[in-house]
Design a protein around this ligand. Structure first.
Ligand code: NBP
Length: 468
């Protein structure tokens, strides 16, 4: 029997499920993990599911593969990826392909690509989205780096990825670290989307006074329309889940401190480096930080004054307004995310195709949503679209939603309910649609105290004045 060309090292949840997915699709695969017990356990549990060759040491793992080899690494991002590459290299031959399928920082991917290319290897940094279930049943895959390497594994990657309307949720993203960059922005949008849904929940619960059952019904209904998405669907499921110990709703027993692994923060950090206003994602990251200050919040609660009223108007109209606020803010989050990818492409010399990116996010990944078809259409119609808000479909949808959006923000302020993502998204929209902003005053102040100079509206040139 011929040896496999494709191998996977790193048999934690993602690696195990990705390896099983590859095997289920009929591709032979060699598997390995640093701790040998995990490989042995994996083969015992899943070995019957496909054509696996297991190895407990790295030399036999590489030897089990036919050259040219393709090895996907599914380990913790950061130093572990460098450790694995260092361990693999002495056993590899020139022309072998290494794929990093973890959530690596794109600058690490750029560094590894340069180094490995110089050493005669091929390298791909790829985002894999969809959590453990996606890895098993079909994730969204975002490979960047070596085109030659991608061509070699294209058949496997496109076959194991999610499929939507007959199209694979996997495409070559672009040069350098762009695959991991796009995955990072995907995660950033996921942060914004989750924060917006959480703010909608707070408003429905505390302003409108809906019960958990009613909130679950609202999310179920929203999932039938334009908001149809994985995150809205699982939110509806959460409100239907009871705690087996107490019989109450499980969500009420979950401590209100949000965790994070860092990809949202990376997205904001990169946006700051690039000078792109990515307010929704950044507010979502800050909201998680603020939620983590639980002890301080508990201590401050009885001390700090503020309103805590409820909404006394028509409840069903308010629920519709919250839906509109959620939809419009979500459009802003995507508009900002796509604008960030566009700036990064310019800065780093990547050739990204936003329509293709929207296409491969339609299935497998956490932000999969009906709405992505519209984004794809917007970029297909106008590939050089500067901002998604200017695409006719989204321009009209936001125009229609904005009355409700503004109402919800007013109600939230009156009731003292924090809505950082809703409010910052509206502020972005209002700033972006204004030809004039008060930045003239900022420039005047900068010129007054620091002679930083300014440009004029009526003539060309750079000016400095003696103010006052
Ligand atoms: P983890 O991120 O928990 O990593 C565990 C794996 O890394 C184990 O196989 C472990 O080997 C290996 N490892 C470590 Br830790 N240090 C190592 C080293 N120095 N040398 C060799 N191997 C090392 O696994 P995961 O949750 O399956 O995620 C894998 C990647 O996929 C990560 O980058 C993650 O961010 C990304 N990702 C995860 C999800 C998700 O839902 N979990 C979703 C999308 C992407 P050991 O068994 O010997 O300790």
């Amino acid at each position: 029997m011929s040896r496999p060309h494709f191998g996977l090292t790193g048999l934690a949840v993602m690696g195990q499920n990705l390896a099983r997915n590859v095997a289920h699709k009929g591709f032979p695969i060699a598997v390995h993990n640093r701790s040998a017990e995990k490989t042995e356990q994996f083969l015992k549990e899943f070995g019957h599911e496909g054509d696996f060759t297991g190895s407990t040491d790295i030399a036999s793992f590489v030897a089990a593969l036919e050259a040219p080899r393709a090895i996907i690494i599914m380990v913790k991002a950061g130093k572990p990826v460098d450790d694995v590459i260092d361990a693999l290299k002495p056993h590899l031959s020139p022309g072998d392909l290494i794929i990093d399928g973890g959530n690596s920082l794109f600058t690490d991917t750029e560094r590894r690509l340069k180094q490995l290319t110089a050493e005669g290897f091929l390298f791909i940094g790829t985002g894999v989205s969809g959590g453990e279930e996606g890895a098993l049943k079909g994730p969204s895959i975002m490979p960047g780096g070596s085109v030659e390497g991608y061509e070699r594994v294209k058949d496997i990657l496109t076959t194991i990825s999610a499929q939507v309307d007959g199209e694979a949720c996997c495409t070559y993203i672009g040069e350098g670290g762009s695959g991991h960059y796009v995955k990072m922005v995907h995660n950033g949008i996921e942060y914004a989307d989750m924060q917006l849904i959480a703010e909608a929940y707070d408003l429905l619960k505390n302003a409108a006074g809906l019960s958990n059952e009613e909130i679950g019904e609202v999310f179920t209904e929203w999932n039938q329309g334009d908001l149809d998405s994985f995150l809205i669907e699982i939110t509806a499921q959460i409100f239907q889940t009871k705690d087996p110990d107490t019989g109450g709703h499980l969500v009420d027993y979950v401590l209100d401190k949000a965790g994070q692994k860092g990809t949202g923060k990376w997205t904001s950090q990169s946006a700051l480096d690039l000078g792109v206003p990515v307010t929704g994602i950044t507010e979502a990251v800050f909201a998680r930080f603020l939620s983590a200050l639980k002890d301080q919040r508990v201590a401050a609660a009885p001390q700090l004054a503020g309103p805590s009223g409820t909404y006394n108007g028509d409840k069903s109209a308010f629920v519709q307004a919250v839906r509109d606020a959620l939809y419009a803010s979500k459009v802003v989050a995507y508009a900002q995310g796509f604008a960030q990818m566009d700036s990064a492409a310019t800065e780093y010399g990547w050739h990204l195709n936003p329509g293709e990116i929207a296409t491969i996010w339609r299935g497998g990944c956490i932000i999969r949503a009906r709405f992505l078809n519209r984004i794809k259409e917007a970029y297909d119609t106008q590939p050089d679209l500067q901002n998604l808000l200017l695409a006719p479909y989204f321009r009209d949808a936001v125009a229609q939603a904005q009355e409700g959006w503004r109402t919800v923000i007013k109600v939230a302020v009156e009731c003292g309910i924090p809505i950082p993502a809703f409010a910052s998204s509206l502020a972005y929209y209002d700033a972006y649609r204004r030809a004039w902003l008060p930045a003239n005053l900022i420039q005047a102040q900068r010129d007054l105290f620091g002679a930083h100079t300014y440009e004029r509206t009526d003539k060309e040139g750079v000016f400095h004045s003696s103010w006052g």
